[in-house]
Write a protein that binds this ligand. Structure first.
Ligand code: ZN
Length: 351
């Protein structure tokens, strides 16, 4: 790994890129608004054992919401069953409610009402009850295939749902994905491409589909290790001081690239002038991924207008793999940020 890290020492273009992946001053008003929005989602952190959807528990250890009081009652018996239950259930309750009055009128003694059994609800650990992501997976219980091994935990780095931003570092901080592979895609930089296997396959399909339509997406950056980020950050700190470094370089452990689920793209036909620059939004590659990326599980993670939530200036080149189902849901609902989709507070700056 030493050779790998040396090979990945920052080059000028890498430094220029990272300077553009800037921190963003904390606009307190917007953060407060977002927190208010988060509280609309019942203010509760719902935790479900992803290996047993019927087990629902609560914990107050969420790093982002650990001051929010939660009750198990709110989670086990939601005030609004429609928010978590499939539309078709529970059918037994419906039958009882409609039949009993008729029986009473005709003089027939009604049978005792059977207790309503709440169907198992697949909740996403770490997200907020009532958040869009919860509704997606709750609705999925009606059709979910048995044996689904999806890790539904937004604070587990093994989950494709993992949330990483300036409030939520990877845990452990030096996490290394276990299934990094090199995707077979066009590379536009000197960096070796590495992604988690699922994201790599998705990237191959996405790059291929774009190429079939005449759009040349190139991979500029993908997995970056904790050690790489330490080197980058320390380089900035030595050059400008720690305070300035904080505004221009992600802290190690706080970069989506360390998940192995994020990529930066370029346009193979547009040249390098707009690589990692706002003008990349006008390239065919960026426009193609904005329109079709979700169909391959990728979100354009940092959009214009969402800087106070994401903590980053708009980055039309930075994509994050979350899986096709989630990505399409985010886009279909018109939700601009992954934080909002999870019902979690924005991350304009480090805590
Ligand atoms: Zn990036």
């Amino acid at each position: 790994m030493v050779g790998f890290h040396q090979a990945r020492r920052p080059r000028q273009t890498t430094g220029a890129r990272l300077r553009r992946e800037l921190s963003w001053p904390r606009p307190a008003g917007v953060l407060i608004s977002l927190l208010g929005a988060a509280l609309i989602f019942n203010g509760a952190v719902a935790l479900a054992d992803s290996t047993d959807a019927s087990v629902v528990s609560v914990a107050s250890s969420s790093p982002s919401l650990n001051t929010t009081p939660v009750t198990s009652q709110a989670l086990v018996a939601p005030a609004d069953p429609a928010s978590t239950a499939p539309a078709s259930a529970p059918s037994s309750a419906t039958a009882t409610a409609t039949v009993s009055p008729d029986l009473a009128v005709s003089g027939v003694t009604a049978a005792p009402i059977a207790p309503v059994t709440t169907p198992p609800v697949l909740l996403v650990k770490g997200s907020v009850a009532g958040a869009p992501v919860q509704k997606l997976f709750a609705a999925r219980t009606a059709t979910a295939a048995a044996g689904d091994k999806t890790v539904l935990d937004v604070f587990n780095p093994k989950s494709t749902l993992v949330l990483v931003n300036k409030r939520n570092a990877l845990k452990p901080l030096a996490h290394v994905p276990a299934d990094l592979v090199t995707p077979a895609v066009a590379v536009g930089s000197g960096e070796p491409g590495l992604l988690r296997a699922e994201a790599a396959s998705a990237a191959e399909r996405m790059f291929g589909a774009a190429a079939a339509q005449g759009v040349s997406i190139t991979l500029m950056s993908s997995y970056r290790s904790y050690d790489t980020q330490v080197g980058l950050y320390n380089g900035y700190a030595a050059e400008k001081g720690a305070e300035a470094a904080d505004t221009t370089s992600a802290h190690p452990g706080f970069s989506e690239h360390q998940t192995g689920l994020a990529i930066d793209i370029g346009d193979g036909k547009a040249g390098n002038a707009c690589d990692f620059r706002s003008c990349s939004a006008e390239t065919a590659a960026a426009q193609w991924v904005a329109a079709h990326g979700a169909d391959y599980g990728f979100l354009v993670r940092y959009l214009t207008g969402s800087e106070a939530v994401t903590g980053y200036w708009a980055e039309p080149w930075h994509l994050r793999y979350v899986g096709v189902e989630v990505a399409q849901d985010v886009v279909a609902l018109g939700i601009p940020t992954y934080e909002e989709y999870l019902g979690l507070p924005g991350a304009p700056g480090y805590k």
